[in-house]
Unconditional design. Structure first.
Length: 228
């Protein structure tokens, strides 16, 4: 007897539920090993929840929190990435399926459409900088990442011509010089010596100033290449 379309759909749904429940039972199995304890999926979720309930942990980057949990519970056989994944599941960051499963009743869900949220990035090691305010009411052009003496003359020419056409009054510079030999990376001794590179740098700055009308102001923003 030929099955109706509705009967086929019902059977497929039943199969999907059966597979889901089977996988769910697998996740909830507790296994012991000589290296530690692989707690059940729900058990791991409960453990993570005890951390997420505390603001000091909830606001930490997911991977940092995973490292903390792993270090404080060395008996866990789950690695840091597995713990991080489960943290993301609890926060509703792993797609519609996990959100539909409604772990912890959606208690820890982070709304990605919240435009006023604060992303939990790692604590920055940057130094506090004093803000510098560029002149207002004038056109400002930017020339970044030139990296003399490894600059592209055609690119620099195109940039200067565009700024001249735009009638800019202020030019903001950043990373004009590469400081190749001051870097911590392996050096190619075939590159021009630092003294020769400095001469090119000075020549470049003179030519750059002459390329713009008299009265154009230049400002230089320091960056990691300049701190070498």
């Amino acid at each position: 007897m030929k099955k109706t379309k509705k009967e086929v759909v019902v059977k497929k749904t039943a199969i999907k539920k059966s597979i889901f429940n089977k996988n769910k039972r697998k996740r909830n199995v507790t296994k012991n090993s000589s290296n530690g304890m692989n707690i059940s999926h729900n058990g791991l979720m409960s453990l993570i929840s005890t951390y997420l309930d505390k603001a000091e942990y909830f606001t930490k980057p997911n991977r940092e929190l995973a490292r903390i949990i792993k270090s404080e519970h060395p008996e866990l056989t789950q690695n840091i990435e597995a713990i991080r994944t489960n943290i993301r599941i609890l926060k509703g960051c792993c797609g519609k399926t996990n959100i539909a499963y409604n772990y912890a009743g959606g208690k820890y869900y982070v709304d990605k459409n919240d435009y006023n949220k604060s992303v939990h990035f790692p604590i920055s090691d940057s130094k506090e900088r004093t803000p510098f305010y560029l002149p207002l009411g004038v056109k400002i052009g930017c020339m970044f990442d030139i990296h003399v003496p490894f600059h592209d003359n055609r690119a620099v020419d195109a940039c200067i011509n565009h700024l001249l056409k735009s009638n800019v009054k202020v030019v903001l510079l950043q990373e004009v010089f590469d400081f190749y030999f001051q870097s911590k990376f392996d050096k190619d001794i075939r590159k021009p010596a630092f003294v020769d590179q400095m001469e090119k740098y000075i020549d470049f700055m003179y030519e750059l100033k002459d390329a713009f009308p008299k009265g154009t102001k230049f400002y230089y923003q320091e960056s990691n290449h300049d701190e070498r």
